[in-house]
Every structure is written in C-alpha cells, then in structure tokens.
Design a binder for this molecule. Structure first.
Ligand SMILES: *Cc1c(COP(=O)(O)O)cnc(C)c1O
Length: 430
C-alpha cells in the first residue's frame, strides 16, 4: 500500500453521504405488498393456500444458516429468552455471559429467574474468554450464552469442549454475525441453540425481528410453543383452518414475528450474501490501509474463522500514539472529519447504564443479583478506551471511501495533540 498523503487539515472530500441503512429492495417491497393484500398478517390467523411468509422465512433462514430448525420471533431478545426457557433454565441456575455485549445477554437470564455470571473477554477479539468461562463454572452453572461480537467469532472449539466436559448448554448469540463461518460452517448451529436479531442496525433487518435456531427437534418444538402462548403447529393445516393448536405442553408467551416482518425479511435475506461479501472486501482494504498507521491495529479473526462478517468494523488504538487520548476523543474527531458512523465500543456490562437489576422488584428473588454490577473485568473495561468501531453501512461505500477514512485517521493522529477531549455521551451507543 502506498503512503497516505500528508495533509494540513481535514479535507472537504472526507465528509460524504454514507450509505443509508436499512436499504430497501424490490423483493421486500413486493413481498410486503403481497402480504398486505393477502388478508393474513399473523401466524395466529387462519391459513391461506400454501405456507405463509413466517413459515417460508423460517425455512429460508434455516437453510441459509445450515441448521434443521428456525423459530422466528418478535426480536432478538425474545429469541434468547425462548432458548433459555426451552433448555429448562430457571430459578437457582447460573448462566455465564460475556462482559462486553448488549444488555439483553444478562437481562434475558434474569428474566428466567437465573443469575447471569459476567466474565471477562479476550482482549484480541473482544469475545468471551474461554479461560474466564472455565474459572466461573460452579455447581449451579447450567449454560454459557456467548456473543459473536462486532466482526469476531468466539473460540467455538474451546467453548464447545468446556461445555461438553461440564454438561453445560451452549447458546450462541448471533445477533451481530448473520453469515459468519467457523471452520466452514455458519455460526448459529454450533451450540444447543442460537439467537439472531433483525433489529434496524443489524446485518439483516426488518426494523424489528429475531430468530432462534437449533438442530434439536425437541428443543425446536418447545421454542415454537414458547413464542406462541404455548400453541403448537397444527399437523398439515388446511386453508381456512388455524395454524396454531392448543396442546398445553408448555406455558408460553407471545413473541411471534408478524407476517409483514417475515415478508420483508425474506426479501432482505436475498441481498445479504452479496452485501456481506462487499463489506468483507472493503474491510480488507481498510485493514491493509490502517495497518500502515503506527499504533493502529485492526481486529484479527481467529484462524478457524473461514468467513468474517462485520456488524461493526473495529480497530484498536495505542493511546500513546494519539497523545494519550481515549478512543472517544479519536471517535469524535473522526466523526467530525468524515461524517461516518464511528463509535466507541460497549461499556463493560457491569458498568452499562442499562444494567439496573435493582429497579425490578421481581429480580430481588435471584440470589447474588445485587453483586453483578460490582464485577470487575479488566479487559472489558479497557476496551472502551482503546477500541474504535464503524457501523457496517459505511463498508458499503466502496474502496475509495475506505482510503478517505484511513487518511482521516492518519490526519487525526498527526494532530492528536490539538484535539479537545470528548466524552462518551457524544459518541455512544448501540
Ligand atoms: C441487538 C442485540 C440483541 C437484541 O436484539 P433485539 O432484536 O434488539 O431484541 C441481543 N444481543 C446482541 C449481541 C445484540 O447485538
């Protein structure tokens, strides 16, 4: 790669209109209109001729991930919840979760009356550290709920081995990794169950939406019922009949995905593989450009990752190469120079402003709950000071735009001594 040009100030050309996200496409528009005209807007409505959008999307998504079963849900949070419930996790149990993640990793565990045990992350991938998991396993541990974070995939080999040895369920949170592969197989099929989110910012979206996947038919049957108030699928339903029948095998709640959401997702899924490839190609361009800037290290994937996805592109800065500034100041400078969607990474989960178990009276019955916000996690806590993230929409802007982002970062470094200190509230958080 050639040297980045030395410039005296932010260039006009660095600021641009970055690609909008979410991105409409013809197929999702056509599907949505067909759904609206069909008279069937929910799986709890009478069946039409042939499968509805939700059933079709479940089959398409299972096929894309390479798993036997998929249960669409209202959002990613409810997908995690039905996975925990279907695995029988409840009062008195502990579930190990990573210290760097969206708050749903912990809140869903509390929602089934179990205790989230928050452990530290690997400073290279920012994913849950298998050694920290090993150290946290105790007599009450029932499961490990791992997150494939930003552009990383967890060390699934180490985590699977640990879970097998201690008879723990492995739940993969794939909300940020639709299409990533570990040793040639997609994430979402490596544990007992997995959860996906199709919220607006995610790689695949209909604004809201989610899915739980599994290879296990019994787990699938429970998750299916848990999301539709305990109703199971009628065997071979005919047109005009209800598709859900009351079996009463398990008590559920309503986390159904609407037909309209499934219609949009079906159309969006068609575009995902090409978007993932384009993002990966531009991420590689950015990797090689950033590697020429001293004190800047793009995140590297573990060698078993055969296909990377990029919910956020992330890189680490050596603060001494930026006049001692924390990432939030570099992020603020990059945002003002480029208008690109740069952010810091999550705060460590115990410090997350949304983790407030004491505000829900029903969690008072979970032993140890009052202590979780005191957990100390050195690697997770350092991450917000040292890592910069860039939303995936910017990776759809083309290779030349990647060059402008790298130039802006090199300029920010040269002028780091002049930067005003920013605060996290101006650069956060999703
Ligand atoms: C987005 C996200 C969720 C929650 O998904 P929703 O659809 O917003 O409920 C859970 N876990 C992770 C890691 C996420 O990024």
């Amino acid at each position: 790669m050639s040297e980045l040009p030395a410039t005296s100030g932010p260039q006009q050309g660095w600021r641009q209109q970055w690609p909008a996200w979410p991105a409409r496409n013809q197929e999702s528009e056509d599907n949505a209109l067909r759904c609206l005209g069909s008279g069937r807007w929910a799986v709890s409505g009478p069946r039409l001729d042939g499968p509805g959008f939700e059933e079709t999307f479940a089959a398409e998504f299972a096929d894309f991930i390479g798993v036997e079963h998929c249960v669409p849900t209202a959002n990613g949070t409810s997908a995690l919840l039905i996975a925990l419930e279907a695995l029988g996790i409840g009062a008195g149990d502990e579930v190990i979760v990573p210290g760097l993640t969206w708050v749903a990793s912990a809140s869903t565990v509390m929602a089934v009356n179990a205790l989230p045990v928050i452990v530290d992350v690997d400073p290279g991938t920012l994913c849950i550290d298998p050694e920290a998991v090993r150290a946290a396993i105790g007599p009450r541990t029932r499961a490990v709920s791992v997150v494939h974070l930003y552009s990383s995939v967890c060390d699934l080999d180490a985590l699977r081995k640990l879970c097998e040895r201690h008879s723990l369920a492995l739940i993969e949170d794939c909300a940020q990794a639709h299409g990533a592969e570990w040793r040639g197989r997609k994430v979402g099929g490596w544990g007992e169950a997995a959860a996906f989110s199709m919220q607006q910012m995610k790689l695949l979206t209909a604004g809201e939406g989610g899915a739980a996947t599994t290879q296990d038919p019994a787990l699938h049957r429970r998750m299916y019922q848990l999301r539709s108030d305990g109703r199971a699928r009628t065997t071979a339903p005919r047109a005009g009949e209800m598709e859900l029948s009351m079996t009463g095998e398990v008590m559920g709640s309503n986390y159904c995905m609407s037909e309209l959401t499934a219609a949009v997702l079906s159309g969006q899924l068609r575009a995902l593989p090409e978007q993932n490839s384009e993002r990966a190609a531009n991420a590689e361009v950015l990797d090689s450009l950033l590697a020429t800037i001293p004190g800047v290290s793009p995140a590297r994937a573990l060698p078993q990752v055969t296909r990377r996805t990029y919910y956020y592109y992330i890189f680490r800065i050596d603060r001494s190469a930026f006049a001692g500034h924390a990432a939030e100041t570099v992020v603020a400078a990059l945002r003002s120079a480029t208008a690109a969607p740069f952010q810091t990474v999550y705060p460590a989960l115990p410090r997350h402003p949304l983790l407030r178990p004491s505000t829900k009276r029903r969690y008072a019955a979970i032993p140890g709950i009052e202590k979780i916000t005191e957990t100390e996690l050195p690697a997770a806590e350092a991450a917000q000071l040292e890592w910069v993230s860039l939303h995936h929409s910017a990776l759809l802007a083309g290779a030349a735009a990647m060059g402008r982002l790298a130039e802006a970062l090199a300029w920010t470094q040269r002028h780091a001594g002049d930067l005003a200190v920013a605060d996290t509230s101006s650069v956060n958080l999703l």
